[in-house]
Design a protein. Structure first.
Length: 458
């Protein structure tokens, strides 16, 4: 399956790409598919069933809100985060839902939106079943759709028994499934990794559109970061987590503050925290490659711009192209879903992507880029996902700060060498995939293990 870097970096809403962004897309897709087969006027009832991780942590991740938004026809990038509460309040108070903004039908969450916390469908832990009925209770259309991480979705008909995705017909000049194949293309054609990825991207859009699109992605990331640095108060959800980015900014910006060798770490941590506090509040964010890990790449990019010499728009474009390419490797070779891989599939992947992107922006060689990506993931292997109360807050927000610092350190280590190293990126991705399969399900975005059960919620 051909994947674009723009698939890895999509603009949406918090707090979760797999539990919020994906379900919005899935619900909307179901309604569009259903109305292509049956008349909208014939639908009088809708039933939504959530399974696995979507059921176990769906409330905390906003999955219930997401599917209702999608049924009404909203998209993650199009819905105004400031209006979501009003939309949901109207559905709940009227007990009616407006199908694709065209027809209102009765809808009661108690009977029509079911969380099956004791059931998991076989293909993926993030599963949804949508069903619509006529006035005589006859089933008109039904479909199972999986949210596979990073906002990606796939319907059941497109899945296969060996858990692969049916190949599409999109042809790339330099197709790759592994880092070794990517490096081999670069060596054979005497190309930088950035130039090679650009050629692949040009099969979808013009170079000007690619450059403009990537700079817009950075603009949205930066806006989210700036907003997060100004917001104070308590994050929603019930954990009473206090926002900290704004107070850290005040401390770092104090005129009488003494310089400290670790200042750069505090700045980077604050930038990552600002993004993920915004994500936890349901604001506009960029999946990078997920929402739970959305702060790492913006924070490391801001480090590149603010704290390295000769930063430029070209460097930002290079950073995002290479980071996206690494994300593609993880999407193809393992998973970017915490429900499958634990948090190494989110923070681990984002750390690896950021390390590679930063190395490329600082003119590292192809081998150094691959080395940085490998280091970034190697030291996140086995990272669990155990959000308290199912909220993308603890440990998620602080974990982004750690991932951003690790990414910078991975770049420094890689740039000190010539790119040769003992463990390859492909070996680390294979290890990640196997570790994810071996990890107990309670540690994979279920809130049934780890911090989620050992820390009192009150």
């Amino acid at each position: 399956m051909a994947i674009s870097v723009f698939d890895l970096f999509s603009i949406g809403i918090g707090p979760s790409s797999s539990h919020t962004v994906g379900p919005v897309r899935a619900a909307r897709k179901f309604m569009l598919d259903a109305t292509s087969k049956i008349a909208l006027k014939n639908i009088v009832r809708l039933k939504i069933d959530l399974y696995g991780s979507l059921a176990l942590t769906g409330m905390g991740h906003g999955t219930d809100l997401a599917v209702m938004l999608g049924i009404e026809g909203y998209t993650p990038q199009g819905v105004d985060p400031n209006k979501i509460k009003d939309i949901i309040d109207e559905i709940r108070s009227s007990k009616k839902i407006n199908l694709l903004q065209s027809q209102k039908i009765a809808f009661d969450e108690v009977t029509d939106l079911i969380f099956h916390k004791d059931k998991q469908l076989p293909y993926h832990p993030n599963a949804m079943r949508f069903t619509v009925y006529d006035a005589n209770k006859n089933e008109l259309n039904t479909d199972v759709i999986y949210s596979t991480g990073g906002g990606f979705i796939i319907d059941h008909a497109s899945t296969t028994t060996d858990r692969t995705i049916e190949a599409n017909s999109h042809q790339l000049p330099y197709p790759f499934e592994t880092a070794d194949q990517l490096l081999a293309h670069c060596a054979k054609h005497q190309m930088s990794m950035k130039d090679l990825i650009m050629e692949n991207e040009k099969t979808w859009r013009s170079e000007e559109e690619i450059r403009t699109g990537l700079l817009n992605i950075w603009h949205v990331m930066h806006e989210c970061m700036e907003k997060g640095c100004q917001q104070e108060g308590i994050l929603p959800g019930g954990l009473n987590v206090k926002r900290r980015a704004a107070s850290i900014l005040k401390s770092l910006s104090a005129p009488n503050r003494k310089k400290n060798p670790t200042d750069f770490m505090e700045w980077v941590s604050m930038w990552a925290m600002a993004v993920n506090e915004e994500n936890a509040a349901g604001s506009r964010v960029v999946t990078a490659p997920t929402n739970g890990a959305a702060g790492i790449i913006p924070a490391v990019l801001q480090y590149y711009i603010k704290m390295t010499a000769d930063s430029s728009d070209e460097g930002i474009i290079t950073f995002l192209l290479i980071a996206g390419a690494m994300g593609i490797l993880y999407k193809k070779g393992a998973s970017i879903s915490a429900a499958e891989m634990g948090c190494m599939g989110e923070v681990g992947v984002a750390c690896s992507m950021a390390a590679a992107g930063l190395t490329a922006a600082l003119n590292g060689t192809n081998l150094q880029i691959e080395n940085a990506a490998e280091i970034g993931m190697e030291h996140n292997l086995g990272l669990t996902c155990d959000p308290i109360m199912g909220l993308v807050q603890i440990p998620c927000i602080e974990r982004n700060t750690m991932g951003a610092i690790k990414a910078i350190n991975a770049m420094l280590l890689a740039m000190q060498g010539d790119g040769t190293h003992r463990v390859s990126l492909d070996q680390v991705i294979a290890t990640m995939r196997q570790t994810g399969r071996d990890m107990q399900s309670i540690y994979k975005e279920t809130s049934l293990g780890g911090l989620a059960v050992n820390v009192p919620e009150c």
